[in-house]
Design a protein around this ligand. Structure first.
Ligand code: DOR
Length: 439
């Protein structure tokens, strides 16, 4: 298929870098935005999209996903996950190292990059995972957004919970460290205390807010000691948000997931183990404190932690059920629906889901609708509400904890590098994304 060099998006409501709305046209050429103006001269050779009534946003950059390839492709793979991204307006993703083999050295990283170049419809980057003994790999691996450390909620090589081991990693090198902050010792103790309970709701008791707070405190302590760039993944508790509100060095960032903003422990009654994830869902109070922290800039951006498991896996009794839920198809409409409900503005959603992520990870030329930036764009419909339907999902796992939720802001058209990758319900499976770079 020959792909259009130029694309003209006409009469969209454009969210500009300053957050203001303008109605106008966007012209892209060779993968870049080349012009943004109220009316761009028509050229018959150009592919045109009539965007009247639709809102144009920079494509979402999802900075925490688990796409399962290689090794766990029965749950998801880079093709199915990136189709789901295209449908959800996610034009770039940063993927985590808990695949099989683990992404803990350059050859495993190279393998993922090679696979993605053949299979991913959207742009991609891959974290390098820390183990107790791979420091040289952590220092040298390229390209990567950073080092992922599982301080807890993990077993085997990827678990690095002890302070002395963590300190060695924080003390050497300068690249970003992203932590899954849960204290494994506390979790182990509480597993014993609550052993034998098969109700998945016990998960939020076992991996309690204190377990998250302890690990976040430790990561912050080490980051301050070495002035080391730290990112706290999926912040989930009011306790951690309050801690960061009091002491957050300029080199520390934090993210929150839509599910930690919008779901709480009441979800176990509705969807059972589909609500089980790490760190677990918390209380309504936590939801509210996290929203406020996000609005105030204490939390910097949004990630989905897309972590698919099959329904058969999720049907086992607790604690055999795996933790995690998919998210890339629903994150943007969930956040835009929240904006429509007055929880935040559309411009804030754009900032939290594109620009702030690009800035935090040093991803050049993404996150703005500005000439010279990459043509990664999403046109959403903020006038119509539609429910999340299981039969429409593209993630291989085939379910969502948000099924039945009536949402607005669904992507109508998603564009990656100037190419239409999703349009009115159809995925263009011939489009391929590119490897992201990190400054
Ligand atoms: O719930 C989760 N599941 N949290 C994680 O951090 C890992 C993930 C997974 O890979 O299943």
């Amino acid at each position: 298929m020959s792909l259009p060099k130029k694309l003209l998006i006409r009469q969209a409501q454009i969210i500009q870098p300053n957050g203001e709305l303008m109605i106008g046209d966007v012209l892209t050429d060779a993968g870049k935005i080349v012009e943004v103006a109220s009316n761009i001269a028509h050229d018959t050779a150009i592919q045109e999209i009539d965007a009247q009534g639709l809102t144009l946003l920079p494509g979402v950059i999802d900075p925490q996903v688990h796409f399962r390839e290689p090794g766990l492709e029965h749950k998801e793979d880079l093709f199915t996950a990136s189709c789901a991204c295209a449908k959800g307006g996610v034009t770039s993703f940063l993927e985590m190292p808990n695949t099989r083999p683990l992404t803990i050295n350059q050859s495993a990283l190279n393998d993922k990059l090679e696979r993605a170049s053949h299979k991913s419809l959207v742009n991609y980057g891959f974290f390098i995972g820390a183990t107790p003994e791979n420091l040289p790999d952590l220092l040298l691996a390229e390209p990567t957004p950073g080092i992922k450390i599982f301080m807890g909620s993990m077993h085997g090589q990827l678990l690095v919970g002890e302070e002395t081991l963590l300190e060695q990693i924080f003390a050497q090198g300068s690249r970003l460290i992203a932590v899954h902050a849960e204290d494994q010792q506390r979790i182990n103790q509480r597993r014993l205390e609550f052993a034998g309970i098969e109700d998945p709701a016990i998960h939020s008791e076992i991996q309690d807010p204190q377990a998250a707070l302890l690990a976040t405190q430790l990561a912050l302590k080490l980051s301050k000691k070495y002035q080391r760039r730290l990112h706290i993944l999926h912040l989930s508790t009011a306790l951690e948000a309050d801690l960061l509100r009091k002491e957050k060095p300029s080199w520390v960032t934090a993210e929150v997931t839509p599910q930690h903003l919008l779901l709480n422990t009441s979800a176990y009654q509705q969807v059972g183990s589909l609500a089980q994830m790490n760190p677990p869902l918390r209380s309504l109070h936590d939801n509210e404190v996290l929203w406020q922290a996000l609005r105030d800039g204490v939390i910097d951006f949004i990630a989905t932690d897309h972590a698919p498991h099959t329904l058969a896996e999720k049907a086992q009794p607790y604690p055999n059920t795996p933790s995690g839920m998919p998210g890339v198809e629903t994150s943007l409409p969930l956040m835009l629906t929240a904006a429509m409900e007055g929880k935040c503005t559309v411009a804030q959603v754009v900032h939290w889901m594109s620009k702030a992520v690009a800035v935090a990870y040093g991803i050049p030329n993404k996150g703005e609708i500005t000439p010279g930036y990459d043509a990664d764009l999403v046109l959403v419909d903020l006038n119509t509400y539609r429910p999340v339907l299981r039969e429409e999902l593209l993630t291989k796992c085939g379910w969502s904890p948000f099924e039945g939720w009536n949402l607005t802001g669904w992507p109508v058209t998603t564009i990656v590098g100037g190419e239409v990758v999703f349009d009115k319900g159809r995925v263009n499976t011939e489009v391929r994304g590119q490897a992201l770079t990190f400054n």
